[in-house]
Design a protein around this ligand. Sequence first.
Ligand code: NAP
Ligand code: GDP
Length: 331
Amino acid sequence: MPKRAFITGIAGQDGSYLAELLLGKGYQVHGLIARSSHNPRERLAHLAAAETSGQLQLHYGDLTDSSSLFRILTLADPDELYNLGAQSHVAISFEIPEYTANIVGLGTVRLLEWMRASKKPMRFFQASSAEMFGAAPAEVPQRETTPVFPTSPYACAKTFAHFMTINYRENYQLFACTGIMFNHESPRRAENFVTRKIARGVAEILAGTRRELRLGNLAAEKDWGYAQDFVEAMWLSLQQDKPDDYVIATGESHAVQEFVDEAFRLAGLQASDYVVIDSQFFRPTDTRRLVGDPGKAREKLGWQPRTSFRALVRLMVEADCARLGVKLPMV
Ligand code: NAP
Ligand code: GDP
């Protein structure tokens, strides 16, 4: 009998890579897609054969709607439950804090409550965020034990979900893990995240359909990895004897400016000729430097990222150039 997995946020960046990984391992995969999504199958189109065969089953539902959630979860009867569904954009969370808290914070509690009530032994993964460490993290690099001080509605909601997951593990002995995920990107990243915006912007400039790229804070330093590498850590965390918390990161930080420079260099262009700083893309507060210590994940999970920062920039710019049918001069 194949193992069954349930993924909330399956239509998102990580959900699509995780679905691929689990299908490849022979899992029966169920996924929750939000009815409000305008094109929920876009990132899953290449998995159509698995959907036709029934190995992949997609269900409409919503993390804010317990009755639909409980019905679908009961039907799917998963061995492993991965909670990736979220309003995942930090800047947007300042505009819609209540909505963000409902999906990210309470959505997680709804899943944990279902798991507690169902009494079936199963394993839960919560996608926590490095944003929990806040604008000025208490230590560098950040570890599983670094004190949190979230500085955005998104980060506050993720912090609540993170500690509720740990509480349910401690109070009710659930097999519940958290992955404190640092930024991870890919050609499937939504276009309003900075890496994808830069990759696509460079491709459009090369294609001649854009003349400038408007960005915000270029000084912020992030620990950027590749989403395909990161979903492997999610799966590994649920294959251990005991549930635990893991920082999932590369251990290197790079400024947004470095991403910009490398992307334009690959295109044979000078970034300063095209980049315009626009105040609308600044946030009320921003994290200055996030960098994770992935030592525990390396030691306990045997996990390490395979894709370097430069390789990530290159694969993202190449993918957007390929989409537009333009050639990247410096590759
Ligand atoms: P993503 O691409 O935004 O995927 C999130 C998915 O959740 C989307 O498919 C979204 O659908 C869905 N969703 C939104 N509202 C929902 C609702 N009410 N009910 C059910 N589903 C809903 O994010 P990601 O990059 O794959 O990240 C996966 C998870 O890791 C998220 O929880 C994110 O917060 C967390 N995380 C990500 C990073 C990162 O760097 N990528 C870092 C730390 C933590 P729509 O797109 O249609 O709204
Ligand atoms: P986040 O780390 O999950 O918030 O991912 P983002 O890609 O949205 O932002 C990464 C960093 O890029 C943040 O420090 C932003 O302030 C910075 N940034 C600079 N310009 C932009 C922009 O135009 N859009 C976005 N989304 N972020 C920007």
